[in-house]
Design a protein around this ligand. Structure first.
Ligand code: ATP
Ligand code: MG
Length: 483
């Protein structure tokens, strides 16, 4: 096709195009041919190939590449000429796609383009990968089907001819980075600029990342793709509530992502340089709304260091508790059980509103099938309802955890040991004595929430109604006090 393009160019420019047969070297079975394109008497760099046709194709591609730059280096001789990228030749027809067609023809190998459309919050992205013979090549994306196809053909070209194309060399010079497969293949690094690791552990990691097109920051949670992680994404996609971390989209990739921990470039102590993990496991990428780095755990810790058990904590605490229970009510209404409610999984949106996160242990709570056999030992021990390490339990396990969280929100403790004692006693329905008279209304609800028998615990909607009454009474009291 490069030959056809050069013909087209010559016709358009009314130039005289000829090809010179420079010769051939080597024994019959390893012979190489050299052909050169001459335009208006000007010779262009030699094209070399295993056949005359291939040499001519490479000569045409070489000429196109030089013509597109408007310069000619008569000393330049290239043994492995390759078609120039479309944006360099200024010719609208896609060059790598043409090269691939030509290659398939010459090598008598079948090619097949596998095209898909991916829908995301930013609209549709086109994906394409080639299967050449029986070898599958990496997928590429683009705004249009044609762009995606051209990018995918480029990946094939890089693997077959080596990645030392003119463009790759240009890119190296411009960015100091080598054009590696990951940067092309990974949807994460092609759509986002990873910025900061927000959390990592056995589960995987969460990155703050800027969406290149939208110029907006998101949190992207990357986990090994297992049944539970798919359940997390599936559940989140079912939930839309102001007090639940918003889900945007998810996708799978062949590898995970690790920031370069060696890098010292960033003042924040993290790196934005992408490297791929070698793990062969599939990874699930979940794009979420970005929340504050401060979770409810830090809020509680901050309040515990303040000198007084003040009314501000109570006021803020009531608002936080109401928002959490509003989110939990919605989760239960949608027939899910969170199963891992704890202060580190309660985040704050960038506007300060509560956002329940981490649906890694979520499960279904179907009324018809209430008290089904669930996987035992889920959740974080100190917040786990007593029945949660047995076989059968339902959504009321979330209410028990909420009771303990509310206690931590309202009640100041000074040491870790004191906290452990207060939580341990609360699990047996013993709330601190001072708490009972400082927070009479709140403690009434909480005692019910911490009942050993799940059926005696209130529903989230009942807790919400009680908290609302308490909140209104508190506000009324404050208003009267200031009059
Ligand atoms: P861990 O066992 O450490 O809690 P996990 O599997 O429970 O990990 P998450 O709780 O979802 O995973 O995320 C881990 C951490 O990443 C959170 O504690 C929080 O600091 C951060 N994080 C998660 N989601 C977001 C988000 N949407 N915005 C900002 N930070 C987030
Ligand atoms: Mg968590």
């Amino acid at each position: 096709m490069a030959v056809a393009q050069l013909n087209e160019y010559a016709q358009r420019e009314r130039a005289v195009l000829t090809y010179e047969d420079v010769g051939s070297v080597g024994l019959d079975h390893i012979k190489t041919f050299t052909v050169r394109a001459v335009v208006n008497g000007k010779p262009y760099p030699d094209g070399v190939g295993k056949t005359k046709k291939e040499a001519k194709l490479n000569a045409a591609a070489k000429a196109l590449s030089v013509l597109s730059k408007g310069t000619i280096d008569p000393t330049e001789k290239t043994a492995e000429a390759s078609p120039a990228p479309a944006h360099q030749t200024g010719i609208t027809q896609a060059n790598y796609t043409c090269w691939l067609n030509e290659y398939s023809h010459q090598e008598r190998v079948a090619i097949r383009a596998v095209e898909t459309t991916r829908l995301g919050p930013t609209g549709a992205t086109q994906c394409c990968r080639f299967v050449v013979g029986d070898k599958e090549y990496p997928a590429a994306t683009g705004r249009t089907k044609k762009d995606a196809k051209e990018e995918a053909a480029k990946l094939v070209h890089q693997e077959i001819c080596g990645s030392n194309t003119t463009e790759a060399a240009d890119k190296d010079q411009n960015t100091g980075n080598s054009l590696n497969e990951t940067s092309i293949e990974s949807r994460f690094t092609s759509d986002f600029v990873p910025m900061e690791c927000l959390g990592s552990g056995g589960f995987g990691s969460v990155y703050k990342a800027k969406h290149k097109l939208l110029e907006k920051n998101f949190a992207v949670k990357i986990v090994c793709c297992e049944e539970t992680s798919l359940r997390e994404a599936g559940t989140l996609s079912d939930l839309l509530h102001p007090n639940i971390v918003r889900y945007y989209t998810s996708w799978m990739e062949d590898s995970g992502y690790q920031g370069d921990s060696e890098s010292t470039e960033s003042s924040a102590g993290y790196s934005s340089l992408p490297t791929s993990t070698n793990s062969s496991a599939k990874h699930l990428y979940i794009q979420l709304e970005l929340c504050d780095t401060k979770t409810l755990k830090e809020w509680i810790e901050e309040k515990n260091t303040e000198s007084l058990q003040d009314s501000r904590r109570r006021e803020e605490g009531l608002s936080i508790a109401q928002q959490i229970v509003s989110g939990v009510e919605y989760i239960h209404y949608k027939k899910h059980i969170h199963r891992d409610l704890k202060p580190d999984n309660i985040l704050f949106g960038l506007g300060g509103e509560v956002k329940i996160g981490d649906f890694g242990l979520v499960t279904r709570d179907d009324d018809d099938d209430a008290l089904i056999d669930r996987t035992k030992d889920c959740g974080t021990e100190s917040y786990m309802a007593p029945e949660q390490n047995k076989k059968n339990y339902d959504r009321k396990v979330d209410i028990f955890a909420l009771g303990l969280i509310f206690l931590e929100i309202f009640w100041k403790v000074s040491t870790g040991h004191e906290r452990d004692v207060v939580l341990r006693d609360a699990r047996r329905q013993n709330l601190p004595k001072d708490f009972l008279w400082t927070f009479p209304k709140e403690s009434q609800i909480m005692k019910l929430m911490l009942r050993e028998k799940p059926e005696e615990r209130p529903e989230a909607s009942e807790v919400q109604a009680e908290l609302e009454k308490t909140f209104n009474a508190h506000n009324e009291h404050q208003r009267n006090a200031t009059v």
